[in-house]
Design a protein. Structure first.
Length: 112
């Protein structure tokens, strides 16, 4: 990562999402299905262009992927489009390490 893109540590992102900040998960559907934050919204990076209108532009958006690389690129795109977007440094790997909750469909053991 370049360091120029605004970023937040996973522990801070966990607190912010508990306060109602939007957590946008840009991983692909199969990654989401393995495990995701329960409060997250899923819009895969590959679908961003056609689904950007689904992202509210009136509040802060924390962008997360697996390790923080894809989410950095999405954060940059959202910033260019006028969103208040911030990358979650270290992605879902860091989220899980910081104690962030994970869920998976059908009661499966969640993992990132």
């Amino acid at each position: 990562m370049t360091g120029a893109t605004p970023a937040v540590e996973a522990s801070d992102a966990i607190r912010e999402t508990q306060d109602g900040v939007l957590l946008l998960d840009v991983r692909e559907e199969w990654e989401w299905d393995r495990g995701h934050a329960p409060q997250a919204v899923s819009i895969p990076m590959s679908q961003l262009d056609e689904r950007i209108s689904e992202i509210p532009d009136d509040r802060r958006v924390l962008v997360v992927c697996h390790s923080g690389v894809r989410s950095e690129r999405v954060t940059e795109a959202l910033l260019r489009a006028g969103y208040d977007a911030v990358n979650v440094a270290g992605g879902m790997v860091a989220w899980q390490s910081a104690g962030g909750e994970l869920v998976a469909p059908d009661g499966a053991d969640p993992r990132v």
